[in-house]
Design a protein around this ligand. Structure first.
Ligand SMILES: Nc1nc2c(c(=O)[nH]1)N[C@H]1C(S)=C(S)[C@@H](COP(=O)(O)OP(=O)(O)OC[C@H]3O[C@@H](n4cnc5c(=O)[nH]c(N)nc54)[C@H](O)[C@@H]3O)O[C@H]1N2
Ligand SMILES: Nc1nc2c(c(=O)[nH]1)N[C@H]1C(S)=C(S)[C@@H](COP(=O)(O)OP(=O)(O)OC[C@H]3O[C@@H](n4cnc5c(=O)[nH]c(N)nc54)[C@H](O)[C@@H]3O)O[C@H]1N2
Ligand code: SF4
Ligand SMILES: [Mo]
Length: 674
């Protein structure tokens, strides 16, 4: 048969949400390319998805349902039919619900399929069932978004496409060249028009190497740096007093009570950025016509991450940049779409239920009572690798009396502990509707090829499980057209002018954004330098920075601090089934500054052990001055099969960040030994 091309949407957990053109020949994906007609995708896909045909048709895919025969974790399974697998799930869950109630079940789909329905309907099913619910995303972005919300309310940031008209771009704790590659050409366009690019990151990332100025800040000290910039802006008369009076709340108090303590010399001592550089950075920012900040999440995955995000997100408020085209800041865009996701995610079921924090899943599996967790359903997530304290997660998963079902295209470290493994489709075998979290585009995705082997989609699973467990909400038997109509029906904001029927052509569509930048949705209706809402929760009303007692204690015991960063050839573990990318990423390694390596008598290429109170992890050493002395850089989270049955998150605690109960990977102290 002649090859055909099909337009679809990339569903990986990535802010770009590319429109893709897939070429299909004889029922197989042979090629995936970026859509030239999508302005943000601009005709190219990333290095990972350029080889997507290898992931879809990987020989490592799980092809049929599997039933456990060996010990948990041993990955000994036999193939079973779908009917047998589903019968067993139905029987076990029904008995558990009868004996202990639905709270004894924890079920969810996480973010590896970004489609609104493949994720949302699974969540909706467990909500309607009355099961315990995952407070998801604490491993990723709850700290970042709760901090943004405290400042701005539930709104998106300035349009990333406007960055071409900025004259000063700051990439603050994001390696855009890796995690947001389609923002890069826009920044390059701004630079061609005269803009300067500054990267604030403890690591000399690929983005930092390409920037006009790289500022290597000490991990966990960004709040101090941003407050130091505000100190200088106020002193130099670079504050937009009109904007402050018109659109913000509490700057006067911050200026009086907090900023005097953040002199450039004190900020230098905290952040490691020279006082003269703090001054220069503040002046460049204050004098720019339309400075734009891309806020990244790296700085929020640590004890003081919320304060860091708040302080950085408030900077454009000081100079009035939020209201200027080309200026302002963006952390994310998703919420601005205003779709009625509740109709899918909470179709019926209790208003409130028991929550399990994603980053403390291990504790919950091991200690939760009244009722204890007796069943677990995991889709689109690999917690045995990606959650902090991964050893505790594995201990929980190893419970013989826990009935675990894992739905995944691959036999992951988590799936190895399952009682039943269900073969999942990849997104190219599904249809869905998408709205980006890193741009203002939405698009309907077409199915490109038939499900491989006996794989089923998360959407199909939600519908089937609902039928079997007697959950009767209408959303579990709707067509794609009806589902899309449902989330548009209860929508709010500018999207109400869009007729969802026009999306049937699978073309990308941009959300019609109002002019004049974000419209603050805080309780005061203003950008909040001072937050009563946070104060009422016992959190500092204004961003601040002071040494963290627990970090100071740990730093006294362990000489090095962990810095983790996303991998270029990976997204967490989602591409591990692609042999080419696995080879390109190389063996798991950690990076140490030459001075630290010399101190320990270590050489490039040595096998080393990373050690702290939580355990030991083995990797290969790379000696590099990409980071300052005092740090250990580990790029990506890798399946433990690649590193002697260990993974970096075995060293990270389940401590919460200051805001949003987020994970604190970056507050980990350790040592590296031969
Ligand atoms: N040390 C450290 N740990 C981290 C981070 C860090 O920076 N440092 N980052 C954190 C962040 S930001 C995140 S978001 C988490 C990510 O954590 P995870 O969600 O666990 O990420 P993945 O490893 O991508 O796992 C996704 C799984 O979903 C499967 N999958 C892919 N598509 C589908 C599908 O359509 N259906 C189903 N059912 N399954 C599918 C993949 O095969 C894979 O096994 O990790 C966190 N962990
Ligand atoms: N290739 C690839 N792309 C991805 C992912 C991936 O794993 N691989 N993951 C996807 C997911 S799930 C997410 S959530 C997004 C995240 O994408 P972003 O929001 O862009 O954030 P991160 O890339 O996680 O941020 C990591 C950067 O923050 C830096 N950093 C760490 N601590 C600090 C600090 O204290 N201060 C400062 N200033 N910088 C710090 C790190 O060195 C690193 O360069 O990316 C998505 N895209
Ligand atoms: S850049 Fe992101 S959205 Fe685009 S193809 Fe790659 S993973 Fe998918
Ligand atoms: Mo994430």
């Amino acid at each position: 048969m002649a090859p055909t091309t099909i337009r679809t949407v990339c569903a990986h957990d990535c802010p770009d949400q590319c429109s893709l053109i897939a070429t299909v020949e004889n029922g197989r994906v042979v090629r995936v390319q970026g859509d030239p007609e999508h302005p943000f995708t601009a005709g190219f896909a990333c290095t990972k998805v350029n080889r997507e045909h290898e992931l879809v048709h990987s020989p490592e895919r799980v092809k049929t349902p599997l039933r456990r025969t060996g010990k948990k974790g041993a990955a000994e399974f036999v193939p079973v039919t779908w009917d047998a697998a589903l019968d067993e799930i139905e029987t076990r869950w029904t008995a558990i619900v009868r004996e202990d109630g639905p709270l004894a079940i924890l079920g969810y789909a996480y973010s590896a399929h970004q489609g609104v329905f493949n994720r949302g309907l699974v969540l909706g099913f467990f909500h309607a069932l009355g099961a315990s619910r995952l407070k998801a995303g604490t491993v990723c972005d709850t700290c970042a978004y709760d901090a943004w919300e405290a400042v701005a309310g539930d709104v998106g940031g300035n349009d990333p496409e406007s960055v071409v008209d900025s004259d000063l771009v700051i990439s603050w704790s994001a390696d855009l060249h890796t995690t947001n590659v389609h923002m890069w050409p826009l920044i390059e366009e701004a630079r061609r028009r005269g803009a300067t690019l500054i990267v604030i990151d403890p690591r000399r990332t690929e983005s930092a190497k390409r920037a006009d100025w790289h500022i290597p800040v000490n991990v966990g000290t960004d709040a101090a740096l941003a407050l130091g910039m505000m100190h200088v802006l106020a002193r130099e008369g670079l504050v937009d007093r009109d904007y402050i009076a018109r659109a913000t709340l509490g700057f006067d108090r911050l200026e009086r009570e907090v900023l005097p303590r953040f002199t450039p010399s004190r900020v230098a001592a905290i952040t490691g950025v020279a006082a003269a550089d703090v001054e220069r950075l503040a002046r460049s920012y204050g004098r720019a016509r339309a400075p734009y900040i891309r806020l990244g999440q790296g700085m929020t995955r640590s004890a003081q991450g919320g304060a860091a995000m708040r302080a950085a997100a408030l900077l454009p408020g000081v100079v009035g940049a939020y209201a200027k085209w080309g200026g302002g800041a963006v952390l994310g865009t998703a919420t601005e779409f205003g779709l009625d996701l509740g109709a899918i995610r909470r179709p019926s079921g209790p208003a409130k239920t028991r929550e399990v924090n994603h980053s403390r899943m291990g504790d919950a599996l091991l200690t939760m009572k009244d009722p204890p967790l007796r069943a677990l359903y995991v889709a689109a997530n690999n917690p045995a690798v990606t959650c902090p304290d991964a050893r505790a997660v594995r201990r929980g998963l190893a419970r013989e009396d826990l009935f675990t079902v894992v739905h995944d295209p691959f036999l992951t470290d988590t799936a190895r502990y399952a009682d039943i493994v269900l073969p999942a489709t990849t997104y190219l075998e599904t249809e869905d509707f998408h709205r980006s979290y890193g741009s203002y585009y939405m698009q309907r995705a077409a199915q490109v090829v038939a499900p491989q082997g006996e794989a089923r989609s998360s959407l199909a699973m939600a519908q089937e499980l609902a039928r079997r467990m007697g959950v009767r909400d209408a959303v579990f038997s709707m067509s794609m057209d009806e589902l899309i109509a449902t989330i548009f029906r209860g929508a709010r904001g500018p999207i109400t002018s869009v007729d969802p029927a026009t999306l049937r052509d699978h073309q990308p569509m941009k959300l019609p954004l109002p002019e004049g930048g974000p419209r603050w949705a805080t309780p005061s209706g203003r950008l909040e330098f001072y937050s009563e809402t946070l104060a009422a929760q016992g959190i500092a009303a204004m961003p601040d920075w002071a040494p963290d007692a627990m970090e100071t204690r740990d730093a006294g015991r362990w000489p090095l601090k962990l810095l983790t960063a996303p991998g270029y050839y990976q997204s967490h573990t989602a591409f591990s089934g692609n042999v080419t990318l696995r080879r390109r990423a190389g063996a798991p390694e950690c990076m140490l500054h030459p001075d630290e390596a010399a101190k320990r008598g270590l050489r490039d290429g040595d096998g080393v052990t990373l050690v702290n109170d939580l355990g030991e992890v083995r990797m290969r050493l790379r000696v590099s001055d990409e980071t300052a002395p005092g740090l250990v850089l580990v790029v990506g989270q890798r399946p433990s099969g690649e590193s002697d049955d260990t993974t970096v998150n075995m060293l990270c605690s389940t401590r919460y960040s200051d805001i949003g109960e987020g994970a604190t990977y970056q507050s980990t102290y350790l040592d590296v030994r031969r």
